[in-house]
Design a protein around this ligand. Structure first.
Ligand code: B12
Length: 501
């Protein structure tokens, strides 16, 4: 029995289908291995459920706890639950995979309650690991596996097997939707009443120096074919009455031909959809493709605009043809097609975080002038362990990752992982520093241009927020916006990224 565990995320209850685990489950299901999914967002006591499932497995069968982990609240929950499972069932092996373990395999394996890490794409590697555990083969044969070599747990040498070539997505089985309670994973939001999550590709060919995807795919991009995607969309629409889809791809739009054909194939399904793509890629698309995308129900596109200055974009190693001017062009182009741009920014990058922030604020104002519907998502630079100037500069300015999972799971590091600037040394000068400036600016801009994604905001709410913030926006007076905070709290204002957009 393989128990797949999705730890608790930020806002329990409204979480998307856990696609990472569903992809692993598809492989187990296809070859008839026993598996079950325990979702920490839905279970009252996930550890108890896991223990109950694994306790009844006969000794002759393989039992394994497989956990997906992102930095932040998920990690904290994973630490707690795995510790409990290890104490109750010390013989059950535990494997972690996903974004956090891929980047920090050594730290993860220093914990006594994690035996294995699978780095990067997991489908084939998980089966290989299960086979080794079942028949006693050699661990060196498992692609992308990190494991503890001989010796005591604390001192043993960690072995990192090379990652195997990525599997093509059309070669992988369909997700076993019928094995989970899909009703729990369909949510009303700006896109539709029954919005589902889907992933149609793996990887990204670029190597931005702030992005965790680089470690995951090493600049490869493999995608489902438009025919396969359209079949899945049809199945979701007819079987589960899905009316909207959020594509969780690392970059959906890399291939224009794929996007155009997909848009044609799903045009009659009446779906609204959302996906993530690069500014330069989308600007290279022809008008004909944009027409098809608009007609197929594309409602909103998330793009990493990152910064208002080309110098910072270069430092971030954005690559391609990225430039601030192109971001403005995309805002204009999307206004024409009635598709909402959602631009995220990574603020406060070294070496001159103050200047970066000031220039990006002005840039965001220009975007809003061009296309007021644009959603703005503000993150503060949170290092990822990639070779390159950003991480090197961050270390020079006093940044260091924790060395144990317990430190990672502390409230301070949980907050830091949320990329809001808490705990980053150069963001937290006396008086709040950059972090405070970003949050204040965010409050003013969100009041002056309230998000289109929050359906509960009435026209009156929007008018009140705008009126209250007009003087600040006009004078660029962002400091201490307590009255706006009070107003937004009163209206339960939700920032787009906290609702999953
Ligand atoms: C969906 C999603 C979420 C969902 C979580 C849903 C869930 N639990 O599954 C929600 C909205 C809750 C969320 C929240 C956050 N997220 Co998030 N999220 C994503 C997103 C868009 C897609 C992940 C996904 O499902 N991909 C599809 C599946 C099929 O691929 P996969 O997850 O990579 O899984 C494969 C492999 O990784 C591996 N694998 C994964 N798990 C396991 C487990 C085992 C045992 C094995 C063997 C293999 C394995 O095999 C899988 C199949 O090949 C990614 C970006 C992206 N496009 O990847 C960001 C991403 C993972 N999130 C990120 C962040 C930072 C966050 C937040 C912390 C911050 C924030 N403010 O947004 C919050 C808080 C999360 C928390 N800790 O609670 C970052 C991680 C950065 C980092 N340094 O590692 C990412 C990479 C976005 C980004 N580009 O920066 N997120």
């Amino acid at each position: 029995m393989i128990v797949l565990f999705n730890p608790l995320s930020t806002s329990p209850g409204k979480q998307p289908l856990p696609l990472s685990l569903m992809s692993l489950a598809s492989m187990l299901e296809a070859r008839g291995d026993a598996w079950t999914l325990v979702d920490g967002n839905l279970a009252a006591d996930a550890a108890a459920e896991i223990i109950a499932q694994l306790r009844i497995v006969p000794r002759t069968q393989v039992s394994l706890l497989a956990v997906t982990v992102m930095p932040g609240p998920q990690l904290t929950h994973a630490v707690e639950v795995c510790g409990r499972v290890r104490r109750e069932l010390p013989a059950v092996p535990i494997v972690w995979g996903g974004y956090f373990p891929t980047q920090h395999a050594d730290t993860v394996l220093r914990a006594p309650y994690v035996d294995f890490v699978i780095r990067s794409q997991g489908e084939r590697s998980l089966l290989q690991l299960v086979d080794v555990l079942r028949s006693g083969g050699i661990l060196n044969s498992v692609g992308g596996l990190s494991w503890k070599g001989s010796g005591a747990a604390e001192t043993s040498q960690i072995v990192n097997n090379p990652v195997q070539p990525l599997a093509g997505l059309d070669e992988l089985p369909e997700l076993p939707y019928h094995r989970v309670d899909m009703e729990r994973y369909l949510h009303p939001n700006y896109l539709g009443r029954r919005t589902v999550a889907h992933n149609s590709s793996f990887g990204c060919p670029f190597a931005c120096s702030f992005c965790a995807v680089v470690a995951m795919s090493n600049r490869r991009w493999l995608a489902q074919s438009p025919a396969r995607m359209a079949t899945v969309m049809g199945h979701l629409a007819t079987t589960y009455r899905v009316d909207a889809v959020q594509m969780h791809d690392m970059d959906f739009f890399i291939s224009e031909a794929r996007t155009a054909e997909f848009a044609e194939r799903i045009a009659d399904l009446g779906l609204r959809w959302w996906a993530l793509g690069r500014v330069d890629t989308l600007m290279q698309y022809s008008d004909a493709t944009w027409d098809k995308m608009a007609r197929s129900g594309l409602t909103m596109v998330f793009s990493g605009a990152e910064s208002g200055t080309d110098a910072t974009l270069a430092l971030m190693n954005k690559g391609g043809k990225s430039s601030a001017a192109l971001t403005l062009e995309l805002a204009r182009r999307m206004r024409h097609y009635g598709i909402v741009p959602e631009f995220s920014f990574v603020l406060g990058c070294p070496p001159d975080p103050e200047n970066d922030v000031a220039r990006t604020f002005d840039f965001i104002r220009r975007i809003k002038q061009i296309n007021p519907a644009t959603e703005i998502v503000l993150y503060t630079y949170t290092p990822v362990p990639l070779d390159g100037s950003l991480y090197t500069e961050a270390k020079r300015l006093g940044f260091a990752f924790p060395e144990t999972l317990e430190q990672w799971a502390s409230p301070a590091w949980e907050q830091l992982s949320m990329r809001r600037g808490d705990g980053i040394p150069w963001m937290n000068a006396p008086g709040g520093g950059i972090r405070r400036r970003v949050r204040n600016f965010e409050r003013v801009i969100n009041a002056y241009y309230p998000t289109v994604t929050d359906a509960r905001l009435t026209r009156w709410h929007r008018a009140a927020l705008r009126a209250a913030s007009a003087w600040r926006y006009g004078l660029k007076w962002y400091g201490a916006p307590y009255e706006l905070r009070a107003l937004q709290r009163l209206m339960h204002y939700q920032r787009p990224e906290t609702t999953g957009f």
